[in-house]
Design a protein around this ligand. Structure first.
Ligand SMILES: Cc1ncc(COP(=O)(O)O)c(C=O)c1O
Length: 376
């Protein structure tokens, strides 16, 4: 998808906020722990390369991504730090994992056996070994070993292969962002007993996302820091943050048309809105192809400190808002962020469409340019 620079809609990312958020959480780390910045999904919609650079400057010593391609993107951009791929890769991509030294998760014995068979075809040199992390399903039910016998077999299989390196072990918690700690505790205990059963500890042990770092007991030596680095509360509104974080992302646009529409006229597809009086209607160049979904109809955008309701259906590329008065073309429209004394947070948008802020940020499509500032 081509990035549309020639329209006023853009994501503005404050890189100073990302750096401050990382630094503000350093006191939560134990001495042996380091931060790996989770920059999957285009840095949670913020733009992967700029976020990775900022995170590195603030002290992150490695990165986590979801896919092999995301790892390759970081490597080819020049990042030499360790990169963990958090989801299982299609084994046809093994040669790239080896070439770019990207650490892979091993999710089951069957997957490992396939991986070994594929690796044999590659005739890897000693320098091009595969770095493997054993995924433990301690209760998330997503990826990883649930059963200790196959885990032990996997470890001995890896140790027998000259070109495989058992580099790490990890798990992921399902409820680290909840006040009720019982399920988190259950997962934690399961993982602890897995650790106790290991013949040795690999180089990396990693279990902690942002919520585990902030509210639970972060063990292991790598913290996989995602959402808190972007300045958002991992729990949404459920738990209070123990540290002040600053949201890094704003989404802005501008009025591309302003018109006075007579009472009783229809606005948008399906004529779902009819003007109640003579109304000033503004058009904004953002729509569902930008990730601003149709469910936002009725939500208010901010123009010059005014709350302006989205009237009519959100179109693919544009939407209409009701203005309090005639405003000049080009007036800034804030979708996410501050306008005078008003603010639309990612959390406000998430609440409106009944989802989480992670999803709203990730939905903003590649068509919207990402612009970087250092404001804090
Ligand atoms: C395996 C894994 N680790 C870490 C993270 C980062 O989580 P958070 O953004 O809540 O810090 C994620 C996010 O989805 C994940 O899937």
């Amino acid at each position: 998808m081509v990035v549309s620079f020639h329209r006023p809609t853009r994501v503005v990312v404050d890189l100073a906020a990302i750096k401050e958020n990382i630094r503000a959480q350093q006191p939560y780390l134990a001495e042996n722990q380091t931060i790996f910045a989770v920059v999957k999904a285009n840095g949670y919609g913020h733009g992967v390369l700029a976020v990775a650079k900022a995170a590195k400057e603030a002290g992150a010593t490695g990165f986590c991504v979801a896919t092999l391609d995301e790892g390759i993107e970081l490597r080819t951009a020049g990042f030499t730090e360790p990169i963990f791929i958090l989801g299982p890769i299609d084994l046809s991509g093994l040669k790239w994992a080896s070439k770019y030294q990207l650490s892979l998760p091993v999710t089951s014995l069957a997957y490992l056996e396939d991986l070994i068979a594929q690796a044999e075809q590659l005739s890897l040199s000693k320098d091009n070994h595969l770095l493997l992390h054993l995924a433990i399903d301690s209760g998330m039910g997503r990826i990883g070993f649930r059963e200790n016998q196959s885990l032990q077999t996997a470890i001995s299989l890896i140790e027998q292969q000259a070109n495989l390196v058992w580099e790490g072990i990890f798990t992921h918690f399902a409820t680290a962002d909840e006040a009720d700690r019982s399920y988190w505790q259950q997962q934690f205990s399961r993982f602890e007993s897995v650790l106790a059963s290991l013949p040795r500890q690999p180089k990396y042990v990693h279990v902690s996302n942002s919520a585990t770092l902030l509210w639970q007991k972060p063990i292991g030596n790598v913290i996989r820091m995602g959402i808190s680095m972007y300045g958002l509360n991992p729990s949404g509104e459920a738990l209070q943050l123990p540290v002040a974080l600053k949201p890094a992302l704003s989404l802005v646009s501008a009025l591309t048309q302003v018109k006075l529409v007579e009472k009783g006229e229809g606005i948008g597809y399906g004529k779902t809105y009819e003007t109640k009086a003579s109304e000033w209607i503004g058009t904004v160049p953002i729509g569902y192809a930008d990730g601003f979904i149709r469910k936002f109809q009725g939500f208010s955008l901010l123009v010059d400190g005014y709350e302006c309701e989205i009237v009519g259906r959100v179109c693919m590329d544009q939407l209409m808002i009701r203005l309090p008065k005639e405003l000049p073309l080009g007036t800034e429209v804030v979708i996410i962020g501050k306008s005078k004394d008003k603010e639309n947070s990612l959390q406000d948008l998430a609440n409106y469409v009944d989802t989480i802020h992670y999803e709203i940020a990730c939905l903003i499509s590649a068509r919207v340019p990402r612009v970087y500032v250092e404001e804090s």
